[in-house]
Design a protein around this ligand. Structure first.
Ligand code: NAG
Ligand code: NAG
Ligand code: NAG
Ligand code: NAG
Ligand code: NAG
Ligand code: NAG
Length: 401
């Protein structure tokens, strides 16, 4: 039970390719001179006006193309991203405020988390809010199952959003008609097993919270696959009164043994929890996680190898304050039956109709909205890239999409 999930994201190297980029275009720095002291403002303004003049002069005399001119205008007056538009002729629309069309922004983590923690006080939305499921993919690089997911997402455009966290220099290579196109968020280095993994989770949650229609937030890895079609997954999550974060405490070195007494009195041994990092959170809980700094800091200080913050921080935090909203079980199937520190990995040789059918329903029952159901898992890991072909073959027969 208390196995380590540390191998989950390690697998493929995935060095950054030099393919054509759809990675968050580099966003120019904020126009910092707006805020500096007046003297500096004047000096800089004069310089800017002077340089702009030079550019305009040059463009005119050299008869440079309009495109060239525009790109220089943007150099001096960058087209800012949603919400922080300072130019008079750049009015952010309401639509782009509630549904940011682009993922690029120039916020630091601290600024982003604060921004994502804002919750409207008004109960009603001034627009028809159709709740969406945010799929948060955490990967070092490639997404081998993108074609399978693309088929899963097909024809449900308005009901989901995708966010992808990769290595900072990795550029995802997907075609323009893929659901993953342009969905890479500004990412930072992650070293597995450290608090930086929690940072990446918070970064995914925070980016997704900026879209006010996102209601449920699922964390997935590049080795995860969907087990049911989109409508089944959507209804299961949207209708659930609980979130799905695995949470337990058993007396083993890999579980209770990782508790550090320096966490007291804020976290007592009886309050310590462990669970798979692959969470599903509703909007309310997602806001709580990006807003918390107190407990995050305790984990940052006192949960170090061989304590893994990504397996303890969220389950423990939810247990402390929001236990009644948690189903305490995971909806992502994984096979620990072989023992050892790593779960079983399934490749092409292992995929069959029966195998997938058994993961979808193996006779066991789970509690869902206080009733029993045979549908316990909506997603599964870990699958090797070679499983893609056979799985694509099963979409119409077993997976129903
Ligand atoms: C990007 O993907 C396309 C289509 O799969 C492929 O043809 C191309 O070679 C890839 N580019 C790189 C740099 O990997
Ligand atoms: C989705 O899957 C469910 C059960 O797995 C099935 O009953 C339903 O017909 C499927 N929906 C579509 C649109 O294929
Ligand atoms: C689940 O939500 C759908 C809308 O997505 C609704 O039509 C349906 O009645 C709900 N089912 C239950 C059991 O609440
Ligand atoms: C999950 O555990 C919490 C305690 O952290 C408990 O309050 C809650 O009822 C449990 N959830 C379910 C669905 O049993
Ligand atoms: C997958 O199939 C191969 C070849 O049949 C087998 O050796 C391996 O144990 C299987 N893996 C799992 C996780 O079942
Ligand atoms: C997909 O199914 C077809 C027909 O059953 C089979 O010929 C083919 O080898 C399968 N492809 C993969 C990748 O399993």
């Amino acid at each position: 039970m208390c196995g380590d999930a540390k191998s989950t994201l390690k697998s493929r190297g995935g060095g950054a390719g030099d393919e054509e980029s759809d990675y968050c275009p580099p966003t120019p720095q904020k126009e910092w001179w707006w805020w500096s002291s007046t003297g500096l403002v004047k000096l800089v303004s004069i310089t800017v006006v002077f340089m702009a003049g030079v550019v305009i002069g040059l463009s005119a005399s050299a008869n440079v193309s309009r495109y060239y001119y525009n790109s220089h205008t943007e150099l001096f007056f960058p087209v800012t991203t949603y919400g922080n538009c300072e130019r008079a002729d750049c009015a952010p629309t309401f639509k782009s405020f509630v549904h940011p069309p682009h993922l690029a922004h120039s916020m630091s983590d601290q600024e982003l988390f604060w921004r994502a923690s804002l919750v409207p006080a008004a109960e009603e939305f001034p627009f028809q809010r159709v709740p969406k499921v945010a799929f948060l993919f955490m990967t070092r690089g490639p997404l081998p199952f993108a074609p399978l997911w693309d088929r899963f997402f097909r024809q449900h455009q308005d009901l989901y959003s995708i966010y992808v966290h990769t290595l900072p220099d990795y550029k995802l290579n997907v075609s323009k008609n893929s659901a993953f196109y342009g969905r890479q968020i500004l990412s930072e280095e992650v070293s597995w097993g450290s608090i930086t993994l929690v940072d990446a989770e918070k970064r995914l949650l925070a980016n997704a919270l900026l879209d006010f229609s996102n209601e449920r937030f699922v964390l997935l890895s590049e080795s995860c696959i969907p087990l049911f079609n989109f409508s089944t997954v959507y209804e299961y999550l949207i209708n659930s009164t609980h979130s799905f974060v695995e949470s337990y405490n058993i007396d083993t070195p890999q579980c209770a043994g990782r508790y550090n007494h320096r966490m007291a009195p804020h976290i007592l041994p009886s309050q310590w929890r462990k669970g798979s990092e692959w969470f599903e959170l509703n909007r309310k809980l997602a806001v709580q996680i990006v807003s918390d700094n107190k407990y995050y800091s305790i984990f940052q200080k006192h949960c170090r190898p061989s304590c893994y913050p990504d397996e303890h921080y969220i389950p423990t935090y939810l247990h402390l304050f929001h236990g009644s909203l948690n189903a305490n079980r995971t909806i992502t199937w994984v096979d620990w039956s072989r023992g050892g520190p790593h779960p079983a990995r399934y490749g092409d040789a292992n995929i069959s109709k029966d195998f997938i059918q058994t993961i979808r329903s193996n006779g066991a029952q789970c509690t869902y909205n206080s009733k029993l159901t045979s549908v316990c898992y909506l997603f599964a890991r870990k699958f090797a890239p070679s499983a893609l072909g056979p799985l694509m073959n099963l979409t119409s027969t077993v997976l129903d999409f």
